[in-house]
Design a protein around this ligand. Structure first.
Ligand SMILES: Cc1ncc(C[n+]2csc(CCOP(=O)(O)OP(=O)(O)O)c2C)c(N)n1
Ligand SMILES: [Mg+2]
Length: 420
């Protein structure tokens, strides 16, 4: 029996070339901007673009013309449903010449990303001052992912995140006050000071956590998506997690059911290249996390996570597909965290050179370039920065002045009331 199973597996192996495994990386296609035109062809097109190198996260030169290269950062594996037309992608992503028409949109993204950046820096300061306890995982460097995703969602859609949750919660609409107060363990925090950094929650904005167990949120996201399909409420669930979380059993169980039942869920892996201090090549048998999608009957998409426009365009497409019954997608956002895994990690396992290279693609820097192309001046941005500074400082003051978390609230949240 065993021998026969192996034989069959061996026979099937060549056919799998474009649907999984490290060799399959060559079948990814470009999503976004004009580069998409060149590599996005029909299903099974042998001329599909090559997947970006996991380290450089750049499509190969063969994929696009030099002029297109600057904008062509999102790549997509195509083994699933519904590739969009090139025209649609162009409209979704825009191009340098047309960014003027997206001025306000870009300003909104910059505003939010800058707020997240400054919020995180102030969190680090509060932690160093001993005002924030427990763990603290910063989102610095990954801001474009959270902001681009939120921009592609409707208010009623559900969003789950790992413990690296402050930035995503802010992007979803949580106030800086409620977020900072939670870090300070205050009753005015989003989880009434009982959850802390890793357990943000915001029902009003359909931000459903904040999870400390790696990958713990992934099966839950399949659950809300199942509910949406069952009740036909039209909502889409987006679930974020790290590259390390894709080695957790719950990831595979959730994707398997979501693929089987065509649930309206987008699984988004924020591939920041490390699980704590371990680089991805030491934990994953495949170079691109997106390659794990086709095995569960869903398309795997690769997107450049440092460019908010690319993130928005990529997500808009897959969210639309999920909302209209086309089923789930696994999206891999190529990103990078500029700080250590958590506040106590000096990140000695990577070189200064590596960090410097990635910082050249800082989401804020990339967004500033788009803004310049859209005709926004440095003075305008400085005024926004000043405004945001006031918001963040007010949040710190709010957190400091708030009442500590209450024991009664904790007891009521943990224990059922005793019968008299
Ligand atoms: C089930 C489980 N195993 C191990 C841990 C310890 N742990 C916390 S974060 C982490 C790394 C996860 O890396 P990744 O999923 O890539 O997310 P990132 O921190 O890079 O955002 C580990 C192993 C945990 N919290 N839960
Ligand atoms: Mg990681």
């Amino acid at each position: 029996m065993v021998e026969r199973a192996q034989t069959n597996a061996a026979k099937r192996a060549p056919a799998r070339k474009t649907s999984g495994g490290s060799k399959a990386a060559g079948s990814a296609r470009v999503l976004g901007a004009s580069a998409g035109k060149k590599s996005t062809k029909g299903k099974g097109d042998k001329a599909q673009a090559k997947a970006p190198d996991a380290a450089s996260a750049k499509p190969s030169d063969a994929q696009r013309k030099p002029k297109e290269a600057a904008e062509a950062k999102a790549t997509k594996r195509s083994k699933g449903a519904g590739e969009p037309s090139a025209a649609k992608r162009k409209k979704a992503t825009g191009s340098r010449g047309k960014l003027a028409g997206r001025r306000d949109e870009l300003l909104g993204y910059f505003r939010k990303m800058y707020e997240i950046r400054r919020f995180e820096e102030e969190s680090a300061r509060g932690y160093a001052q001993g005002k924030i306890g427990g763990f603290l995982h910063l989102y610095i460097g990954q801001e474009a992912v959270g902001v681009g995703i939120s921009a592609a969602l409707e208010q009623e859609d559900y969003l789950f995140q790992s413990y690296r949750d402050h930035g995503v919660a802010l992007a979803r609409g949580m106030s800086a006050n409620a977020a900072m107060a939670e870090l300070y363990g205050k009753d005015t925090g989003c989880s009434r000071g009982l959850g802390g950094s890793m357990h943000f929650f915001d029902v009003a904005n359909n931000f459903l956590g904040g999870y400390g167990i790696v990958g713990g949120q992934i099966p839950l996201a399949a659950g809300t998506a199942f509910k949406s399909k069952y009740t036909q409420d039209g909502r889409v669930t987006v679930c974020l997690f790290g590259d390390g979380a894709t080695n957790i059993a719950g990831f595979h169980e959730a994707l398997s059911l979501a693929g089987l039942w065509k649930l309206p869920v987008i699984f988004v892996c924020e591939n920041n290249e490390y699980s704590m201090g371990t680089p991805m090549h030491r934990t994953s048998p495949v170079k691109d996390i997106a390659d794990k999608g086709p095995g569960y009957g869903m398309e795997g998409v690769i997107c450049e996570g440092h460019d908010v426009l690319q993130v928005k365009a990529c997500m808009a497409e897959v969210v639309e597909r999920a909302r209209t019954g086309g089923g789930p997608t696994l999206v891999e956002m190529k990103t990078y965290r500029f700080r250590g895994h958590s506040i106590s990690d000096p990140a000695k396992y990577r070189t200064d050179e590596e960090v410097k290279t990635r910082k050249a693609q800082d989401p804020l820097v990339v967004c500033r370039k788009h803004l310049a192309a859209a005709g926004v001046s440095d003075e305008e941005l400085a005024a926004i920065e000043e405004e945001i500074e006031a918001v963040v400082q007010a949040a710190v003051a709010f957190a400091e002045d708030s009442e500590p978390a209450k024991v009664e609230v904790m007891e009521n949240a943990v224990y059922a009331p005793l019968e008299a």
